[in-house]
Design a protein around this ligand. Structure first.
Ligand SMILES: Nc1ncnc2c1ncn2[C@@H]1O[C@H](COP(=O)(O)OP(=O)(O)OP(=O)(O)O)[C@@H](O)[C@H]1O
Ligand SMILES: [Mg+2]
Length: 398
């Protein structure tokens, strides 16, 4: 779900090479502002249009979906909990793990805030840290360190209401940045320290990954739409025309523009065309880009020490498609910045392979990785086969 568009992807698990994308659809979004739903009816219609398109493309009926969640109400806190291992022989069971995960969610929240997701960073058994899954290990004291993603209760409920309107079941709600990370980051980057920035139309999400998992995140109310609005106002043209000019001719800094490139800009009524130079367009864009880079840089410095980002910055989302933005960001922040294309997934052809699709494609990987055997069992009624499937999914992505 995005402020600019709703995207959906459908894939199949392939025993040989992971996930095959069978289809991807993107339709303009209505009803969202800065990633928050402001109109349930329009949002529901956008989701419906998007899924209808995907069903048409793939010929597969969609009943439920793994859904990304974001918006400016998002915040993250770290928490920590300890339990005594229940079993007399000190073998840690699934129940012990559930108990400590339950206990760590005991956070005093105001009634208008709710937990979206709990990210397990590590387990510590009798003081030994770095454990990813404690079940089956031996110890007497089980600790867990987590990052808890919190959002406005109303924002979560509005998303659920929108889905209800169209009888769509949400399998799981996951924070967008965890989905994006699956498709654009490498395991080495996540391990060494990397900042992931998703610049969309109305929001920019920033998070830092270290030692394999997300450690902090923040959502800024800025994005590519500001640039389109600036262009529309200064060039006295419509938003649609401004978007076209930005996408076809826009560059991040005036130095990247050419004097001899002249652009036809239609006026708001569409009745008249005037000519503007790419230089002028670049000046309008760069004024806004500089402001956004400053905000992003300031936020990133609040989240982490830049010298801890051995993996640099990875920029994705539709906003990342602006020509020269990677270079401008690199120069501004003085850290290596790379474009985060959705990789780690097969069957991408042409248009699908865009930074605008990083979340939807990442959601496929995330969905497969976190598939609950229980859900599969109830649908198919076969236990052993699906336990096997689950195991090779784990192998494919480990
Ligand atoms: N080629 C391009 N050059 C510059 N900007 C582009 C290009 N293509 C798309 N954009 C911009 O990317 C933005 C949309 O990106 P994206 O689809 O990632 O946003 P979203 O996820 O719908 O919104 P959000 O994340 O803010 O809720 C728009 O501002 C659009 O104009
Ligand atoms: Mg987005």
């Amino acid at each position: 779900m995005g402020t600019s568009s709703v995207k959906a992807a459908l894939g199949e698990i392939n025993h040989i090479n992971g996930i095959n994308v069978l289809g991807l659809s993107r339709v303009p979004a209505a009803g969202l502002r800065k990633g928050n739903i402001i109109d349930i009816e329009s949002t529901a219609r956008s989701i419906d249009n998007c899924l209808n398109e995907l069903e048409r493309l793939t010929g597969i009926e969609i009943l439920s979906a793994q859904t990304g969640f974001s918006g400016i109400s998002i915040s993250a806190v770290t928490n920590h909990a300890v339990v005594a291992v229940g079993n007399p022989n000190n073998e840690i069971t699934r129940e012990d793990k559930e108990r400590v995960l339950h206990s760590v969610q005991n956070i005093a929240l105001p009634p208008d805030k709710a937990i979206v997701q709990v990210i397990e960073r590590q387990y510590i058994i009798d003081g030994y840290d770095g454990v990813t899954d404690p079940v089956g290990m031996v110890g007497s004291r089980l600790e867990v360190e987590v990052v808890v993603i919190i959002a406005a209760t109303a924002a979560i409920q509005n998303l659920q209401r929108s889905a209800q309107r169209i009888n769509l079941h949400f399998d799981k709600l996951a924070y967008n940045q965890l989905l994006v990370a699956e498709s654009v980051l490498t395991p080495a980057e996540k391990e060494m320290g990397v900042a992931l920035i998703d610049m969309g139309g109305g929001t920019t999400e920033i998070s830092v990954f270290n030692q394999g998992s997300m450690i902090c995140t923040s959502v800024l109310p800025i994005g590519g739409d500001y640039i389109s609005k600036d262009l529309a106002i200064v060039l006295r043209t419509s938003i649609e025309e401004a978007i076209r000019i930005k996408e076809d001719y826009g560059v991040a800094t005036p130095e990247m523009a050419r004097d001899d490139v002249i652009i036809n800009a239609r006026n708001i009524q569409g009745s008249d065309v005037k000519q503007v130079s790419q230089q002028l367009v670049a000046e309008i864009i760069s004024a806004r880009i500089m402001e956004m880079l400053e905000m992003i840089f300031t936020e990133l410095q609040q989240l982490t020490y830049l010298d801890k980002l051995a993996g640099g910055v990875v920029l994705t989302g539709g906003g990342a498609k602006l020509k020269g933005l990677i270079e401008a960001m690199e120069e501004y922040m003085d850290v290596p910045v790379r474009l985060g294309m959705p990789e780690n997934i097969n069957g991408l052809a042409g248009d699908i392979n865009s930074t605008q699709n990083s979340v939807a494609l990442g959601a496929l990987i995330y969905g497969f990785k976190h598939m609950e055997p229980a859900i599969l069992e109830t649908k198919a009624g076969v236990t052993s086969v699906f336990h096997k499937v689950n195991n090779w999914i784990k192998d494919l992505f480990s």
